[in-house]
Design a protein around this ligand. Structure first.
Ligand SMILES: *[C@@H]1O[C@H](CO)[C@@H](O)[C@H](O)[C@H]1NC(C)=O
Length: 741
C-alpha cells in the first residue's frame, strides 16, 4: 500500500518534471523574483535566477529583455530576437524558433532553405524536442555542434507524397512528414531542407513547400493541412535547458537545497525532499506542510503532525498501529476481536487436522487389523491352496467382512439359526439372492480360531452330497467367518425332540438318515487319505433339507488323523453322552470314536430318546446303558419309539438294534468299521420296498452302493492327497496353533 502510493507519487513527479517547461511558475504569494524586481513580463513569469534587469538576474546569462511595445509585452533573450514563452525554476525555458522553409514555385526556388540555432548559454534539450520535416518532396538534414565545433553529428529525414490523400493525421512516418531525434546534446543545431525532385510528381492540392524545424515533442501533431497553401508557420516552440557552473552552484543554492550535477551540461540547485520553493532565492526552500495540503498517507484514525522535511502519523487514543495506510490504526476492541478470531480459527483448523489425521490413522489401523487377522486366520495358507488348486476345486470363495456384515444385517439377533459347537450360525442373504449360513466364533480364543481353520481345511478338501457345502470364508475379522450353503429344514435333533415334529419322521426316513450319515463317516474314514475323524457326531450336527436329505455339518472338531501324532491330541472334543468310553483310558480319539458316537445316534433314531436324559430315573439317564440293559433283558421293544414300530419291520428294527449294539462296544477294535455299518444299513434300505424309494436317484445310488463300493458314496472321486500335499497340509494345519501362541 505504502509502496504503491510512493510509486504513484514518483510517477506523478516524473510526469510533472517532463511537462515542467509548459508549467508556468508559481504565482502564489511567496515571491519568485528578488525583492524589488519585476517577476513578470506580460503573461510570462520570470523566476530568479532570471531577471529583467542586471541586478535582478543572477548573471548576464539570465538576463531577459521585456519588449513592452507588444501588447501584452513579450520577453526575449537578451540582445536577441528569440522570444521566451516560459521559464521553469527547475531548469527549462521554452523559446520560439524559426522554421526552415523551402518552396519551389513556377521554376523558382523561394525562401531560405537553411536555419540554425546557436547559443553560448543554453543547451538544446535532446529528449523534449524532435527534428521534423514536412512536405511532399522533401529532404532535410540536422546537425548538432559542440561549443567549439569540435564534434558534429547529424541525421537526415525524407518525406514524400503525391497528394494530401496519401497522408494520415497524427502519423509522421515518411508520408508528408518525417521526424527524427536530435542527434546529441548540443548548444548549437543546424538544419537544412531541400526538394529532391522539384515537386514533379505532386498534385495541385499540395503547396510545393518543405519545412524543417526542431520542435517540442508535445507541441507538434502532423495534419494534412500542413501540406496545403493555407498553412503558414514561422516559429515553433523549442525547449532549452539552463544550468549554472559548479562554482556558482555553491553560492547560488540557498537554504534547504542541494546542488545537483546535470549530465554534461552543468549544475542546478534543487529543494531537499519535503521542501518546495525557489532554491536560488534567499532564504531558500520552504518546508511542505503535508498535513495541511493532504499529501500524507496517515490512516483515518491517525493524527498527522508536520515535521521539517516530512510528517509523522500517530494513532488517536484507543487505537494502535503505525498510523500509516488504510489499516494503520486499529482499535483495541478490533485487535482483541482479531486476536480471538485468529485463535479460534487456528484452534478449529488444528482440531479438523487432528480429526482428519485420526480418521486416516483409524483407516490405516483397520486395514492393518484386517491384514493381521487375515494372516492369523490362515488366509495366506488358504490363498496358497486356492492358487495351487487344492482347495475345493476352486469353489472356495473369500468374502469380505463388509459383504457378510450386510448379508446378516450386521449379525442381527433374529438371524441366529443355531449355536454350533464352536460358534453362532446366522442366516444371511447375499446380494445375488443366495441364502447362506454364516458361522461366527462365539468368543475370541485362539483355540477356536484353530477349530475354524480345521473346519475350513477339512471342508475345502472334501466334496460330498451329504456334507454341508462350504461356500467360502472371511478371514479379515478378528475370528474367521465360515460361509455355508443354507440348509432349510433344521437339525435332526430338532426333528426328533420337538414334540410337533417327531411324528413327521417315519422309520424309512430315519433309516435313510442313518444310512447317509454312515456313508459320510465311512467316506471320511476310509476314502480320504489321511482319514478324517469327525469327532462330534450327534443329531445336532446332522442337518436336513426339505427332502430330508442328510447334510452332516460342524467339522470344527475334525482332524485329519496323522498316524503317529494321534497321541498328541488329548483335548476332549466330543460331547458327553456320545463320547467313546475307551477315550477315558487312552485319551485318543480314533475312527472308532466316531463309530461309537454314530451308534448313539442310531439309538436315538430307534428310540426317539436323548442320549442323556436327566429327567428320568437314574438308570435311564444314559441312553446307551439303558439300551444295553434293555437288550439284555429282552425288553428292546419297550424302549423303541412307538412312532416307528409297525407291522413288518420288527425284524429289521431288531437287526439294526444289534448293529447299534456292536457300534457301542466298549472295546474299539470290537466295533465294526464305518464302511461295514454303511453297507449293512444300505442293505436294509435296498431289501425293503419303501414308498419313498420311488426317487430314482436314490435307488440308483443304492444299487451302486452294492456293486461298486469305493465310488459309491457320492464323494468326489478325484479327491486324493499326495505325499507332498500331505506334508504341506500337515504343516499348514499346525500353523494357526503356533501363530497363536
Ligand atoms: C486531418 O485534419 C484536418 C484538420 O486538422 C482535417 O481538415 C482533415 O480532414 C483531416 N484528415 C483526415 C484524413 O482525417
Amino acid at each position: 500500500m505504502k509502496m504503491m502510493r510512493f510509486l504513484v507519487l514518483l510517477v506523478l513527479w516524473a510526469i510533472l518534471g517532463c511537462f515542467a517547461p509548459t508549467a508556468t511558475s508559481k504565482t502564489n504569494s511567496s515571491s519568485i523574483a528578488k525583492p524589488n524586481c519585476n517577476d513578470h513580463c506580460g503573461n510570462v513569469s520570470i523566476p530568479f535566477p532570471f531577471g529583467l534587469t542586471k541586478k535582478c538576474a543572477l548573471n548576464s546569462n539570465f538576463s531577459i529583455t521585456c519588449n513592452t511595445s507588444y501588447n501584452p509585452p513579450k520577453p526575449f533573450l537578451t540582445n536577441s530576437t528569440v522570444e521566451v514563452r516560459d521559464i521553469s525554476v527547475e531548469g527549462q525555458l521554452r523559446v520560439m524558433k524559426r522554421v526552415s522553409k523551402y518552396c519551389y514555385n513556377k521554376g523558382k526556388e523561394v525562401s531560405p532553405s537553411r536555419s540554425w540555432y546557436t547559443s553560448k548559454k543554453f543547451f538544446i534539450n535532446q529528449t523534449a524536442n524532435k527534428f521534423v520535416a514536412v512536405g511532399c518532396d522533401t529532404f532535410a538534414n540536422v546537425y548538432a555542434y559542440g561549443d567549439d565545433q569540435s564534434y558534429r553529428t547529424g541525421s537526415n529525414c525524407m518525406a514524400t507524397c503525391n497528394s494530401t490523400q496519401d497522408v494520415t493525421n497524427g502519423t509522421c512516418s515518411g508520408f508528408g512528414c518525417c521526424e527524427t531525434e536530435i542527434p546529441n546534446v548540443a548548444r548549437n543545431v543546424y538544419y537544412s531542407v531541400d526538394s529532391l525532385n522539384y515537386y514533379n510528381e505532386t498534385t495541385d492540392d499540395v503547396n510545393n513547400c518543405s519545412y524543417a524545424f526542431v520542435v517540442q515533442k508535445e507541441e507538434f501533431r502532423f495534419s494534412s493541412t500542413m501540406l496545403t497553401r493555407t498553412w503558414d508557420v514561422k516559429k515553433v516552440p523549442m525547449v532549452l535547458d539552463w544550468t549554472i557552473s559548479n562554482e556558482t552552484c555553491l553560492t547560488a543554492c540557498q537554504g534547504n537545497t542541494t546542488c545537483v550535477a546535470v549530465n554534461g551540461e552543468g549544475y542546478r540547485c534543487g529543494c531537499k525532499e519535503g521542501y518546495e520553493g525557489n532554491p536560488y532565492l534567499s532564504p531558500g526552500c520552504q518546508d511542505i506542510d503535508e498535513c495541511a495540503n493532504g499529501q500524507h498517507n496517515c490512516s483515518q484514525n491517525a493524527i498527522c503532525s508536520n515535521t521539517k522535511g516530512g510528517y509523522e502519523c500517530s494513532c488517536k487514543k484507543g487505537y494502535h498501529g503505525d498510523g500509516k495506510g488504510a489499516l494503520g490504526c486499529t482499535s483495541s476492541n478490533h485487535r482483541l476481536i482479531m486476536l480471538v478470531l485468529g485463535i479460534a480459527v487456528g484452534t478449529i483448523t488444528l482440531l479438523i487436522s487432528c480429526f482428519c489425521l485420526y480418521l486416516v490413522y483409524r483407516r490405516r489401523k483397520s486395514i492393518q487389523m484386517k491384514e493381521k487377522f487375515f494372516r492369523e486366520n490362515g488366509g495366506l495358507i488358504l490363498q496358497q491352496k486356492i492358487a495351487q488348486g487344492t482347495a475345493s476345486s476352486g469353489t472356495t470363495r473369500i468374502f469380505t467382512a463388509e459383504e457378510l456384515r450386510k448379508a446378516t444385517n450386521n449379525y442381527d439377533q433374529t438371524r441366529i439359526i443355531g449355536q454350533g459347537g464352536f460358534g453362532i450360525v446366522y442366516k444371511g442373504h447375499l446380494l445375488d439372492g443366495q441364502t447362506i449360513a454364516v458361522k461366527k466364533s462365539k468368543v475370541m480364543d485362539q483355540t477356536q480360531v484353530e477349530q475354524f481353520i480345521n473346519e475350513l481345511i477339512v471342508l475345502s478338501q472334501i466334496n460330498h452330497r451329504n456334507i454341508v457345502k462350504l461356500f467360502g470364508c472371511c478371514l479379515e475379522t478378528e475370528t474367521p467367518l465360515l460361509v455355508y450353503e443354507f440348509i432349510s429344514n433344521g437339525t435332526l435333533s430338532e426333528h426328533l425332540y420337538s414334540k410337533d415334529k417327531a411324528s413327521t419322521i417315519p422309520w424309512p426316513i430315519r433309516l435313510r438318515i442313518a444310512t447317509e450319515t454312515a456313508e459320510v463317516l465311512s467316506y471320511l474314514h476310509s476314502a480320504a487319505s489321511p482319514p478324517i475323524i469327525h469327532r462330534d457326531v450327534k443329531p445336532a450336527n446332522i442337518l436336513l433339507d426339505n427332502n430330508y436329505t442328510t447334510k452332516v455339518s460342524d467339522f470344527g472338531a475334525s482332524r485329519l488323523v496323522l498316524q503317529d501324532e494321534t497321541a498328541l491330541m488329548t483335548m476332549v472334543q466330543g460331547t458327553f453322552g456320545y463320547l467313546d468310553p475307551e477315550y477315558m483310558q487312552t485319551h485318543q480319539l480314533t475312527e472308532k470314536s466316531d463309530i461309537y458316537s454314530f451308534g448313539v445316534v442310531l439309538l436315538e433314531l430307534l428310540t426317539g430318546r436323548r442320549a442323556v436324559f436327566y429327567n428320568g430315573p437314574v438308570e435311564e439317564r444314559s441312553l446307551s446303558e439303558h439300551f444295553l440293559s434293555s437288550l439284555k433283558t429282552n425288553q428292546l421293544f419297550k424302549i423303541l419309539d412307538v412312532n416307528i414300530v409297525c407291522e413288518g419291520n420288527t425284524d429289521e428294527l431288531q437287526e439294526i438294534a444289534l448293529l447299534a449294539k456292536r457300534c457301542l462296544n466298549v472295546k474299539g477294535e470290537d466295533r465294526p468299521t464305518m464302511k461295514e455299518v454303511a453297507m449293512e444299513l444300505g442293505g436294509f434300505r435296498r431289501a425293503t420296498k419303501h414308498p419313498w424309494t420311488n426317487n430314482s436317484h436314490t435307488s440308483m445310488e443304492s444299487q451302486a452302493l452294492l456293486t461298486d463300493p469305493p465310488n459309491a458314496f457320492g464323494y468326489d472321486a478325484t479327491f486324493s492327497i499326495t505325499t507332498t500335499e500331505y506334508d504341506s497340509l500337515k504343516h499348514h494345519m499346525e500353523l494357526p496353533v503356533t501363530a497363536g501362541r
